[in-house]
Design a protein around this ligand. Sequence first.
Ligand code: APR
Length: 247
Amino acid sequence: LDAALDRAAHWLRLAERVCVLTGAGVSAESGVPTFRASDGLWEGHRIEDVASPDGWDRNPLLVWQFYNARRANVATVKPNPGHFALVAMEDRWRERFALVTQNVDGLHLDAGSTNVLEIHGSLRQTRCTVCESVANRGLEPLGDAPECPQCRGRLRPHIVWFGEGLPQDIWSAARLAAYQCHVLLVVGTSAVVHPAASLIPLAKRGEVTPAKVIEVNLTPTEASAYADVGLYGPSGAVLPKLLQRLG
Ligand code: APR
């Protein structure tokens, strides 16, 4: 790991622009469960029941029960040293640093990252299925059938489900950040869900030269084929070490 950390830190020092792509693994040490740890089941639910438009049409109460449980979990957790290391990195590159996250837990924002692109939405926001207004609701309890304060339409979680498109502005910004970066740091994602994972080959096709890709994960993943270096270990330990090497 030592030699790999040195190579990664070297590339980061040379980088003018840095992009980070995070997934559930970065929050694992905070106590937020990852998705693919057990058979594609999400806390005993089938993905298509709780994270697809069809599941929502069949049983919105079940969907809200599932998301309310996730909201309640996130209300009890805190960012970990991995999140905070990414805040310190943003301080170094400022507006030339973008943090693209697939996570909906909001922990990067809690930690203090500012240029955060939540490409899969947020557990802390609702969207009205009638007037489409998006509201920040924090992590307060919402009940199983929340209504829109404006039009009384049924609210849904402002989360991108399987089969749905990504929020267009946020996704465009994420693509640009990946395309322009000199280093892409890929943290705690299995890199199997698209289009999120397509940011990795996009960075490799880069604007000026192919970006150096640094993978931080417990194990190799679908991203590893693109990685110039792999830092294998828990992100809450590896990212602070990488930050330290940066000097
Ligand atoms: N440190 C680093 N990596 C870790 C840690 C840790 N402490 N714990 C787990 N991981 C890694 C796992 O090895 C795995 O590669 O995190 C990854 C988690 O993968 P997934 O559960 O598939 O989560 P993610 O990649 O974020 O899923 C992407 O799929 O379910 C949908 O929309 C949902 O945003 C999610 C998307």
